[in-house]
Design a protein. Structure first.
Length: 529
């Protein structure tokens, strides 16, 4: 027996997955619950605290809401006994399962029991020794099921079947075949209008303004799906929505699948294959847009220019913020120019009205020059030099000497008062004692006041020395940074944030070493853009 509790409060854990093959009736939540309650009915000393159900979550990892709630209740002391149908219901990742069952739960003195596997960490059983082997088989089952599911999905892709939950804007699911697309009469008109506006020479920004002014419903409002419930500004048309529609070959009657793939059945991370690696099937459904119109407006280089990679030469990249909406500013390559702008404004002026567009090269040059100017100003006007520091240190020595003298005087006065008190006990004149005691006590209080003043002076002078040396060190640090080859890391040692609006740029520095606060400086954009 490892440990015992006077009362067992049971957390019943139930899980079923749609991805790892747990679709059989034998693994259903109902079946799991039935087996567990049959066991609990035979053990009346167990108190049921709560059921924790993860319906539709894979056992390949423990990123599950109900399981996290179970751990929270374990930490709070509400649960000290966890019960499942079998080990596979708890998890199929043998490394993480072993971490919980052989370390986390024992450390927290939590009993775990898997009924069908007869695994009980409370008892020393032979079955417990087979836990690692069973866990490996559970994980292999998850892996092979994942492979089979991928094969099945890929087969549907090559057949041109559309298996996504939400159909593309402009289409609907065929009521007779859930994997076939049919044209939606209402939303397809909007798609056609977008292509017509672009073909007539309208920019994406102008199309966004047109649709918002006409109060045309967005894809998010039409879908009304869970994908858009928590989306901000779902009622507003944005530039990226228009770009996606103009680039989507689904409107040519093609089914394009395999745009993203999971790295592993254990991970949620995805990779994004190149265009020539996608699965493209022609004539799978009726087209909304003709090829002639599609390719007359489709320009991949233009629509995807926001995704062109930027190298590390942009020192201020991580420091640029829009002062209107607070979001990061984007740096984009437009031909030979490198421009800064607010992406939310690019999406729609209804989201952010900061239309500022700046040359990145100009901004970086201005900011670096300002730092150098400030450094020069501090060096010439604000540094306490070594001569002054030495004079202050000499003054501190005198204060310390005076402090020691006063402390000695207070000790002598205190001793005198004690001596007088002894004389008083020997029946000396009480009136004379009171007069003398009053004199010396007042003198002692006066010396204590002098001592306090001296101590405050010492503190103030020491702060001046410290501040002076800190200022000197800070200046030297800034000079060294500016003299070195600048990179994004040492630039961030100098600058906290750069806020940009339509009229000016505010640079907030990470240092303030002058008597006045120059940590926020305004730069006006005088560049001709």
């Amino acid at each position: 027996m490892l440990y015992n509790h006077d009362t067992y409060n049971v957390g019943i854990y139930l899980r079923i997955s749609k991805e790892d093959g747990d679709k059989e009736e034998s693994e259903s939540i109902t079946n799991q619950r039935k087996i567990i309650y049959e066991y609990l009915n035979k053990n009346k000393d167990l108190n049921i605290h709560k059921e924790y159900i993860d319906d539709g979550y894979s056992g390949a990892n423990f990123n599950r809401p109900a399981f996290k709630e179970l751990l929270h209740d374990i930490d709070s002391g509400s649960v000290n006994f966890v019960i499942t149908k079998n080990l596979a219901r708890f998890g199929r990742n043998y490394i993480e399962s072993g971490e919980y069952l052989e370390k986390v739960f024992p450390d927290k003195q939590v009993r775990f029991y898997a009924i069908l596997d007869n695994y009980d960490n409370f008892l020393e059983r032979v079955e417990n020794d087979f836990f690692p082997l069973k866990s490996v088989f559970n994980e292999k089952h998850c892996k092979y099921t994942s492979v089979n599911v991928k094969k099945s999905k890929r087969k549907r892709m090559t057949e041109g079947l559309y298996a996504c939950t939400t159909p593309p804007f402009g289409y609907a699911k065929d009521p007779n075949n859930n994997m076939h697309l049919v044209i939606d009469p209402e939303t397809s008109k909007i798609v056609k209008k977008i292509f017509e506006l672009k073909a007539s020479g309208k920019t994406i920004r102008e199309i966004v303004t047109y649709l918002n002014n006409k109060k045309v419903k967005t894809p998010g409002l039409y879908n009304g799906s869970k994908l858009f419930i928590n989306t901000k500004n779902v009622e507003i048309w944005k530039s990226n929505s228009i770009s996606r529609i103009l680039c989507n070959e689904v409107y040519l009657g093609k089914c394009i699948r395999g745009k993203s793939q999971k790295i592993s059945y254990k991970s949620k991370k995805c990779v994004y294959p190149k265009y020539d690696e996608l699965i493209i099937t022609n004539n799978t459904h009726e087209a909304i847009i003709s090829e002639e119109m599609f390719f007359s407006v489709h320009n991949p280089n233009k629509y995807h220019s926001m995704h062109r990679k930027l190298d590390n030469k942009y020192l201020l990249k991580e420091l640029l913020y829009c002062s209107k909406c607070g979001n990061r500013m984007y740096i984009t390559l437009e031909g030979k120019k490198t421009m800064i702008h607010c992406d939310r404004n690019r999406q729609s002026e209804l989201i952010c009205n900061n239309s500022s567009r700046l040359s990145y090269e100009w901004l970086e040059n201005e900011v670096i020059n300002k730092i150098k100017q400030f450094t020069s100003f501090y060096i010439n006007n604000e540094i306490i030099d070594e001569f002054l520091i030495k004079s202050i240190e000499e003054k501190i020595k005198n204060y310390l000497y005076r402090k020691k003298t006063i402390e000695d005087e207070i000790k002598k006065i205190t001793q005198k008062i004690y001596s007088m008190y002894n004389d008083r006990l020997n029946n000396k004149n009480s009136e004379e004692y009171m007069n003398t005691y009053s004199f010396f006590n007042n003198k002692r209080n006066q010396k204590k006041s002098e001592l306090k003043e001296i101590e405050e002076l010492i503190i103030n002078e020491r702060e001046m020395v410290t501040n002076g040396r800190n200022k000197t060190e800070k200046i030297e640090q800034i000079k060294n940074i500016l003299n070195d080859s600048l990179d994004s890391e040492n630039v961030q040692e100098l600058i906290k944030r750069i806020e940009i609006n339509n009229n000016s740029i505010f640079v907030k520095y990470s240092f303030s070493i002058a008597s006045k606060d120059y940590s926020v400086v305004e730069l006006h954009n005088e560049a001709e853009i």
